[in-house]
Design a protein around this ligand. Structure first.
Ligand SMILES: C=Cc1ccc(O)c(OC)c1
Ligand SMILES: [Fe+2]
Length: 503
């Protein structure tokens, strides 16, 4: 670790207080808690068939930044684990010991600068990732992932960091997606990295890992733009790569600018590559008008061989904190992502995509399905959902919310066979984080949703457990004696596969 010549006159923040900005205030004030809380308060009854652990990760800055207006996405990865067994809940939380976190803890201050811009750092690190976007079970451990680097491996029982993980030297790319997918039938894991040869490179590497952990193929492709490739999808025969029109320019990075800039002239590209046996040049980059693709719900092939791809889609820049070259962003209150379905003929010569079908005409994000149906025709889709008419007391909670991420006041369940939308409303002072689905039978979608819910009246976090068969009330509400700020992604690990260690 060596100190860098500082080109931009940046210096460490002498303050031990977080900036008075919305993303560091009220419910978004950093939590910075590590430890355990045993036997959380449970209102209602957790059904005994629920046995397993909900892992989730949030960006949670350990130290005040020295760059202006540092965003939510740049916080250090903090992993929460909720183990549910015999109707009781045990909670544990720990930061990922990234190289960045360890160096900053030693210095008692932040030494790294802007989100994904190493040129603004005050220290030279091998890897500056925050590991803050997904916590994904792999073998008998966890991968703490941000898409700008290799994952960190964590001990699933203790949440201790094991270290950077390159799959025993097999990882071909310098980056690893925050959204790996597992084909439940075969246990095959499908992954990719973008900016895969370093910051600003258009190289994308798709790779597959068999159930034994062996890399079975890697395919190098070139993206049409160096854009934000956050999530992807797969079917039996294809992998599908939407590109958010937020573009990276290495010269801007070197000048101390932001990693991403919205390009209102860039189409939405959706890459389609054969899942097996492809060469990089086989990828087809389909195009749709400029729009912002959210997280994928799922994709599958219909009887005529078309790919159906379900995901939220906004006609404006959801990541408004990264404006366009003129500094222009939409008013956050006007941003809305419908749940849509693209139909893509992988054999088409014409790469222009037709307008997608709107499945839900409300603002939705964080779609989840019963993962056993990944890549197959799914019937049930769950998601975070915003419907202002449900009765949220916006006037009361507004000042308590802090800033930087979109609010969702309910959980949605769309039955794609009946097209019926079910809505779970957690309360008038509550907003929902991403749900996980907990299967309890072999039947698709039968089970429970579990989601962290921010209660802006109590300024505490709650876990709401909701049966997918009854969205009228929660099966149980689990109260945390603390506040966990907005997180990104989580996953459920069955108790047959894992038992956590507690003192
Ligand atoms: C939700 C998307 C997303 C995309 C890129 C990121 O670096 C990220 O960090 C938390 C989140
Ligand atoms: Fe994500």
């Amino acid at each position: 670790m060596s100190l860098l010549h500082n080109r931009f006159g940046l210096k460490p923040n002498p303050s031990q207080a977080f900036p008075k900005l919305p993303q560091f205030s009220a419910f978004m004030k950093p939590c910075r808690f590590e430890g355990e809380v045993r036997d959380l308060e449970v209102e209602g009854t957790i059904p005994p068939e629920i046995h397993g652990t909900f892992f989730r990760v949030m960006p949670d800055p350990a130290y005040p930044p020295y760059v202006d207006d540092d965003g939510w996405f740049n916080g250090d990865g903090a992993v929460s684990a909720f183990e549910i067994k015999d109707g009781r809940v045990q909670f544990k939380q720990r930061y990922v010991r990234t190289e960045k976190f360890v160096a900053e803890r030693k210095a008692h201050k932040m030494l790294t600068g802007k989100y994904r811009n190493k040129y603004t750092d005050l220290v030279e690190l091998q890897v500056r990732t925050t590991a803050n976007t997904n916590i994904f079970p792999y073998k008998d451990f966890l991968l703490a992932i941000k898409e700008d680097a290799h994952p960190y491996a964590m001990d699933a029982k203790t949440l201790e960091t094991i270290g950077l993980y390159d799959f025993e030297g097999q990882l071909p790319s310098t980056t690893f997606t925050a959204h790996p997918k597992v084909d439940a039938k075969t246990g095959e894991m499908l992954c990719f990295g973008y900016e895969a040869k370093g910051d600003g490179t258009p190289d994308v590497c798709y790779y597959t890992i068999d159930s034994e952990g062996k890399f079975t193929q890697s395919v190098w492709m070139t993206a049409p733009v160096v854009g934000l490739m956050h999530d992807f999808a797969f079917t039996d025969n294809y992998v599908i790569f939407p590109i958010i029109p937020q573009l990276c320019d290495i010269e801007r990075l070197k000048e101390g600018g932001s990693h991403w800039e919205w390009d209102g002239n860039c189409p939405l590209y959706i890459g389609v590559l054969p899942r097996y046996g492809a060469k990089g040049t086989d990828v087809k980059w389909f195009e749709y008008k400029t729009s912002f693709p959210g997280h994928t719900a799922n994709a599958y092939e219909d009887d005529s061989g078309n790919i159906l791809l379900d995901m939220p889609l906004s006609m404006s820049n959801v990541f408004f904190w990264w404006p366009d070259a003129q500094g222009v962003s939409p008013d956050p209150r006007t941003i809305k992502s419908d749940l849509v379905r693209f139909t893509i003929n992988p054999a088409a010569e014409d790469l222009q995509l037709a307008q997608p079908e709107v499945l839900i005409d409300h603002d939705v994000e964080f779609p989840r399905i019963d993962d056993r149906w990944g890549g197959k025709k799914h019937r049930h889709c769950f998601f975070d959902h915003m419907d202002p008419s449900l009765g949220t007391d916006f006037a009361a909670i507004g000042p308590a919310m802090g800033g930087g991420y979109p609010p969702y006041n309910s959980l949605g369940h769309l039955d794609l066979e009946t097209r019926k939308l079910d809505v779970y409303f957690p309360g008038s002072t509550h907003m929902c984080q991403e749900p996980v689905f907990i299967p309890t039978t072999d039947k698709e979608g039968e089970g429970y949703l579990l989601a962290l819910v921010n209660n802006y009246r109590t300024m505490m976090s709650e876990l709401h457990l909701v049966s997918t068969a009854d969205f009228s009330k929660p099966a149980a509400v689990i109260n945390l004696p603390m506040r966990l700020r907005a997180g990104l992604h989580g996953n459920w690990v069955d108790g047959q596969d894992l038992q956590l260690d507690f003192d």
